[in-house]
Design a protein around this ligand. Structure first.
Ligand code: F6P
Length: 318
């Protein structure tokens, strides 16, 4: 008899979830499994918002950002009584294996669920923050970086025309990855991230000198997790450097948009590794991508440590 496998998206949506859903349905059928969608993350699991998935559900979704099955942050799933209901709902549909696209918060809930109810799962790191320990890449981060790059390239045009500084805030929660990589790939003058202490006074003489020698604009990228906000940095530019300054908080545009080729390809690979892991009897793992390629890592390892930024990338701030 065919085994049932389900997938859900949890936490902040990312571009790359839809390609993953498409590959999930296709790969499940290929393996003789019956695929199910759980809508709206753990909330849907608690509310029995669970349906068999068909090819028709995933036709054409590979080009779409976000997730067609919805995502959510579920406070109820943190409570034992709701996890019990969630397990009953999985049993109603005879679902034995679960794939979760989410961040480490989503994985922590999943770990408790496994320990209480023994539901076999495989997690696929999916967050634009790219802040999950054990994996260098999380689904969606490439599209987010491309969105940021497009925005900064456009801001550069107007900054240069008007002789202005811009302070651009990226997402990332407590992690500076998006800001740091965008700083390198967009060639901004200053980058401030939570992982690296900074002292703005150290830039005053140099920036003023550059302005005197004809520099027309400054681009600064800050991560949302630093202690100061974009307006405070802008005020510093106006007061100390003497250049008119504007701020822009990129916000949720970083989470949307047509998934990049890289995210589509990684979605395909992640799904195949996840299904293979479950089919070969692995019960509680996260598919990670690191310097050695794809590896299955234990959930305790992944959720038990804070991710450190790559020292090679950090060198650009020293
Ligand atoms: O974790 C993804 C993320 O986009 C963070 O970068 C950001 O801090 C947060 O989610 C925003 O959450 P919400 O969509 O609930 O405002």
């Amino acid at each position: 008899m065919s085994q049932n496998i389900a997938i859900l998206c949890s936490g902040g949506d990312v571009s790359g979830m839809n390609p993953a859903l498409k590959h999930f349905v296709e790969a499940s059928f290929k393996q003789g499994l019956t695929p199910y969608f759980i809508y709206d993350g753990y909330e849907g699991l608690i509310d029995n918002n669970i349906e068999k998935a068909t090819y028709a559900d995933v036709a054409g979704i590979i080009t779409k950002g976000g997730t067609t099955i919805g995502s959510a942050r579920s406070d109820r799933f943190l409570e034992k009584k709701y996890r019990k209901i969630a397990k009953k709902n999985l049993d109603k549909h005879k679902i034995e294996m679960l794939i979760v696209l989410g961040g480490d918060g989503s994985f922590r809930g999943l770990d408790i669920f496994y320990k209480e109810h023994g539901v076999k799962f495989c997690g696929i790191p999916s967050t634009i923050d790219n802040d999950i320990h054990g994996t260098e890449y999380s689904l969606g981060v490439d599209t987010a970086l491309n969105m940021i790059r497009t925005a900064i390239d456009a801001i550069r045009d107007t900054a240069a025309s008007f002789k202005r500084a811009f302070v651009i805030e990226t997402m990332g929660r407590d992690c500076g990855y998006l800001a740091l990589v965008s700083h390198i790939t967009s060639g901004s003058e200053l980058c401030l991230i939570p992982e690296v202490p900074y002292n703005l006074e150290l830039y005053v003489d140099e920036f003023k000198k550059q302005l005197m020698h004809g520099r027309r604009y400054f681009l600064t990228i800050i991560a949302e997790g630093i202690k100061q906000d974009a307006q405070e940095i802008a005020d510093w530019f106006e007061k100390e450097i003497g250049i008119e300054t504007r701020t822009i908080v990129l916000g949720h545009i970083q989470r949307g948009g047509n998934p990049s080729s890289h995210d589509r390809l990684m979605a395909y690979k992640f799904i195949h590794y996840a299904i293979d892991a479950l089919m070969s009897g692995k019960e509680e793992s996260i598919v990670c991508y690191d310097k050695t390629g794809f590896n299955l890592k234990s959930i305790d390892y992944v959720t038990g440590h804070k991710k450190e930024l790559d020292p090679e990338l950090l060198q650009c701030l020293s």
